[in-house]
Design a protein around this ligand. Structure first.
Ligand code: MG
Length: 255
């Protein structure tokens, strides 16, 4: 069932979204060579708690039989696609790191991911980040009443592939609200099913995961970290958005 949100609910989701945006605002300033992913996680959790929110990801059950997710954010470096676990890893000059953050405030979730450069990065890595951000924007532009979910998926896939990159198939975007993952699923590639019609009041987490090489991925033995099958770079860009009569609105932003 797809939950269409009321104005009151959208207001709550804007507030949850702002908590997530504050995390990214802070992490963007402190990501640099020498910092550990554990330190980034600590700072993110501090912001979430200070805002009176709860980390959505901490304690999330593992789909593959591993431990519950131990961090408040996912930290995925270079060839890691998503779900990297914060820990002792030290960031190095030239890395790229995807940070996915989620928070629950007053019963509603916000969810957003960005890929950040660590120091000076290669032109190739920078292009990957830029393409992934643009893929998100092109997908979001299709999130208008009357379209179908497949229109979002198609816009993302066509743009990414036009740039010579590939979209991950095994993980998809999603509806979001009182649950972090609600219907509908939002693949980043065109599927045979066209998906439901898009309605005003829907809240969606649109999140292209873009690989430089093959779209295929595998999961490390920690049962969480998803990496590219060919070891090449991957980037991730996600926002929680609302479908409104005035067009798509990003909820995971600073107000
Ligand atoms: Mg998400």
């Amino acid at each position: 069932m797809i939950v269409v949100k009321s104005q009151r609910e959208l207001d709550k989701m804007r507030r949850a979204g702002e908590v997530v945006a504050k995390i990214h605002h802070k992490l963007a300033q402190i990501i640099r060579p020498g910092i550990t992913t554990r330190e980034l996680d600590r700072i993110a959790e501090e912001i979430i708690r200070k805002e009176g929110a709860i980390p959505s990801f901490k304690g999330f059950p593992c789909a593959y039989g591993g431990i519950d997710f131990p961090g408040s954010i996912c930290t995925s470096i270079n060839n890691q696609v998503i779900h990297g676990i914060p820990g002792d890893t030290v960031l190095s000059e030239g890395d790229i790191i995807s940070i996915d953050a989620g928070a629950i405030l007053d019963g509603y979730h916000g969810d957003a991911a960005r890929t950040y450069p660590v120091g000076k990065i290669s032109d190739e890595a920078q292009k990957l980040i830029t393409v992934t951000e643009e893929a998100f924007r092109r997908g979001m532009a299709c999130a208008v009443e009357g379209n179908r979910i497949v229109d979002i998926s198609t816009a993302i896939q066509e743009y990414v592939e036009s740039q010579g990159y590939s979209v991950v198939r095994d993980f998809v975007g999603h509806g979001i609200g009182t649950q972090m993952h609600e219907e509908p699923q939002i693949p980043n590639y065109r599927t045979r099913e066209r998906g439901p019609r898009i309605l005003n009041g829907m809240t969606l987490a649109i999140e292209p995961m873009v690989n430089i090489g093959t779209w295929q991925v595998r999961i490390l033995s920690d049962n969480w970290t998803v990496v590219t099958a060919d070891g090449k770079l991957s980037a991730h860009h996600e926002n929680t958005i609302a479908v409104t009569p005035d067009g798509p609105e990003i909820l995971t932003r600073l107000y």
